[in-house]
Write a protein that binds this ligand. Structure first.
Ligand SMILES: Nc1nc2c(c(=O)[nH]1)N[C@H]1C(S)=C(S)[C@@H](COP(=O)(O)O)O[C@H]1N2
Ligand SMILES: [Mo]
Length: 387
């Protein structure tokens, strides 16, 4: 009896984990679920801990040999453990210095996806067996149930092997593709770019070749809107609010503002990171000095050309010397899918501060709560001081 309690807790927790995980992963539902995203994330983490506790309970029971130890159960338990462990790693990724640049999120997704497939097979397997049993029973009484268990097991293992082979081929193909992506200069072909900006920004010395040696990792295209396409005829950048000299710059004028080159890391709060990105762009502190930010300006609000997304920093945060409006990434213009022609980069904070398609900033005297910040994300988005 007891073993079913754990089994049922697992089944329920894992189903909820699969659902919340899937919803969090879905980029199509990014905007639709934005209001509950922070809640979903917290629920997913909490469920993960429930799973860990119930797995430990099951381990404790299995020591007393009162729990089922069949292959498909064990395999499912293995993948549950793997998903839970990679989930914990994801939570602790900034506390574990050295492993910080291992793509833990990809591991977590991979293990969880494989686990979901195996669980699906496991459920099917149990269901099919039940069907067969009732059939056999009705047809000819109790007949060769151990025989059918063996064929079931064989079928299960065959399915598993086929899936394993498929996953292996997929992974290998992906590996080859990402090897290609690592060649500097191929970024343009990989990410969609509908921008029509002329002239293109002239890269400085540090940008070509990129002093960071080319970024490491994968950008995921995250957006809560359609990707806006910009064009140098109509594109404008405005600096307004509590400044001595408000400005509206067209693309050519914007390109005349001095730029700096820096290498920084990029962390999305959902768990993926990109390392050693060489950005070239306009320093926000220098820009604030240029326009003469007034002493009563306490915050800076950043707006996007998508018309929806905003974020903000306190004036002290905006004056950190690595806060820039990037126009080049590893020497290439930033493609529209990654926020080009100009995006904000705040390396010491989670990337939701990095407004894409940046079209202006406003110096203000009261707090502004941005898109994700008003949906449960920290307003002070420090990744972790010192990372
Ligand atoms: N305009 C706009 N900027 C945005 C977002 C967005 O949805 N819209 N998403 C933010 C989040 S949560 C992240 S992780 C990064 C993702 O940047 P990328 O799409 O270039 O990888 O952009 C940030 N800036
Ligand atoms: Mo993000």
């Amino acid at each position: 009896m007891k073993r079913y309690v754990f089994h049922n807790i697992h089944a329920l927790t894992v189903s909820l984990l699969v659902i919340t995980g899937g919803l969090l992963y879905s980029s199509a539902l990014r905007l639709a679920l934005s209001e509950v995203r922070a809640l979903l994330r917290d629920a997913h983490i909490l469920l993960g801990f429930v799973l860990i506790v119930s797995l430990l309970g099951a381990v404790w029971l299995s020591r007393k040999r009162t729990i089922c130890t069949r292959a498909s159960y064990r395999l499912s338990a293995l993948f549950c453990t793997g998903s839970a462990l990679t989930g914990v790693l994801l939570l602790l990724r900034f506390n574990l210095g050295n492993i910080a640049d291992v793509p833990v999120i990809s591991l977590h997704r991979l293990v969880a996806l494989a686990g979901t497939i195996i669980l699906g097979l496991h459920v099917y397997h149990v269901w099919a067996k039940k069907q067969k049993k009732t059939e056999t029973l009705t047809e000819s009484g109790v007949l060769g149930s151990s025989q059918s268990a063996i064929t079931d097991r064989r079928r299960f293992v065959k399915w598993l092997a086929a899936l394993g082979a498929m996953a292996g081929i997929g992974l290998f193909a992906n590996h080859l593709r990402s090897k290609n992506d690592e060649i500097p200069g191929t970024m343009q072909s990989k990410f969609e770019d509908c921008n029509k900006m002329t002239p293109l920004p002239n890269p400085s010395l540090g940008s070509v070749p990129p002093i960071g040696g080319g970024y490491k990792g994968q950008f995921e295209v995250f957006t809560v809107t359609k990707i806006p396409c910009s064009n140098s005829e109509t594109w404008r950048f405005t600096v307004s609010g509590l400044v001595d000299k408000p400005v509206e710059l067209n693309w050519e004028q914007f390109l005349q503002v001095p730029r700096k080159v820096q290498v920084s890391n990029f962390h999305c709060i959902t768990g993926w990171s990109v390392y050693n990105v060489t950005y070239e762009g306009i320093s926000i502190p220098a820009l604030l000095d240029m326009v003469g930010a007034k002493p009563d300006g306490l915050f800076v609000k950043f707006s996007s050309g998508d018309g929806i997304y905003t974020s903000a920093l306190s004036i002290e945060q905006a004056r950190m010397n690595d806060v820039i409006i990037a126009v080049l990434m590893d020497g290439n213009p930033i493609p529209s899918s990654l926020g080009g022609p100009a995006r904000l980069v705040v390396p010491q904070m989670y990337a939701y501060k990095g407004v894409k398609w940046l079209t202006g900033l406003e110096v203000i005297d009261s707090k502004h709560i941005g898109f994700w910040e008003s949906r449960g994300y920290e307003n002070d988005a420090w990744v972790r001081k010192g990372v």
